[in-house]
Design a protein around this ligand. Structure first.
Ligand code: 0GY
Length: 307
């Protein structure tokens, strides 16, 4: 769908230039292994039930849980990890409601404030949350509140949660000391957002690999070819980046759709095509099983919800 056609469909309430998710994704040719996890996706609203946060930087189209779960089934996936997006601030209600409807097939990554009580953290844990997300993108959060992030991080050990970090690789030189000072498992979003036009030998992507090489407790998501590409679908230019990560860190890499793809400008991806990207970055059944099943299960499903 052309970007301008999609924008014309943005319903009232969403930003006028906001692109809605693909209305009819293709069925992928690639058959994911049994139990495959979409380890990075979101739910938005519905705003009538779960209003967006006043401090948000964008207003998306509703992307409710039922649609996420229908997409999961359509793509041949089995489970979801729902990541709290900035448009819902630190009110995790929409995500928790989605997890509760998933019959144990979803887990969550929350955004929390440093003043959150222990009881509330326990409530999130019982609701299926297994990590928190620290965002460093100015366009999404303004200046990242590092002191707050540090205070939150200190609360997570007892829960066994990990930290998901979202940054641009160009920022990594500045951020690395802070990131490596965080305790426990740290999961890097969207391949560390390399500048794909520079190629895999460029400084930013090398810095991401250095961080992974020097810190066994760092994991990475081989996600978002649609955000990183310059060439557009089927994302040939992003294949070397994803493949490098999957082959170099086979036990510390996970994959996800990033549905409903907030803030896409160039185009709205066909989620079926995103699934067909998987065998190009994970060429063997062994790598596919680690990427889609073994690794995300280890991070998110070691314990039943409610335990
Ligand atoms: C993503 C990427 C984006 C948005 C958010 O929390 C968010 O609002 O993560 C983005 O705009 O790059 O992971 O969905």
């Amino acid at each position: 769908m052309a970007a301008q056609d999609a924008a014309a469909m943005a319903p009232a309430g969403a930003d006028p230039d906001y692109l809605p998710f693909h209305p009819a994704p293709s069925r992928p040719r690639f058959r994911p292994p049994a139990g495959a996890v979409d380890a990075h996706c979101h739910v938005f609203g519905p705003a009538a039930l779960f209003p967006f946060a006043p401090e948000r930087k964008y207003t998306p189209v509703d992307a409710p849980a039922d649609q996420l779960f229908a997409l999961r089934d359509h793509l041949g996936l089995s489970r979801n990890v729902i990541v709290q997006a900035t448009c819902h601030g630190s009110d995790n209600s929409a995500m928790l409601a989605a997890i509760a409807r998933s019959r144990g097939l979803a887990r969550g990554v929350a955004v929390v404030s440093p003043t959150i009580s222990d009881a509330e953290l326990q409530r999130l844990h019982k609701g299926g949350v297994r990590g928190v997300r620290f965002n460093f993108l100015k366009r999404l959060v303004g200046d990242a509140p590092k002191d707050a992030y540090r205070d939150i991080a200190a609360r997570l050990a007892d829960l066994g949660w990990h930290i998901v970090v979202y940054f641009e690789s160009a920022e990594l030189d500045d951020l690395a000391p802070f990131l490596t000072s965080l305790p426990g498992t740290v999961v890097i979003d969207h391949m560390g957002r390399p500048d794909v036009s520079q190629g895999i030998k460029a400084k930013g992507f090398r810095a991401v690999q250095r961080l992974m090489d020097e810190n066994e407790r760092f994991w990475i998501k081989a996600t978002c070819p649609e955000r990183l590409t310059e060439a557009g679908p089927p994302y040939d230019d992003v294949v070397p980046f994803g493949k490098t990560l999957v082959e170099r860190y086979p036990d510390r890499v996970i994959w996800g759709t990033d549905w409903p793809h907030p803030n896409m400008r160039s185009h709205m991806p066909d989620d079926g095509q995103l699934v067909d990207f998987i065998p190009r970055i994970a060429p063997t059944p062994e790598l596919q099983k680690k990427l889609l099943v073994d690794n995300p299960m280890r991070l998110y499903w070691t314990e039943e919800v409610g335990a």
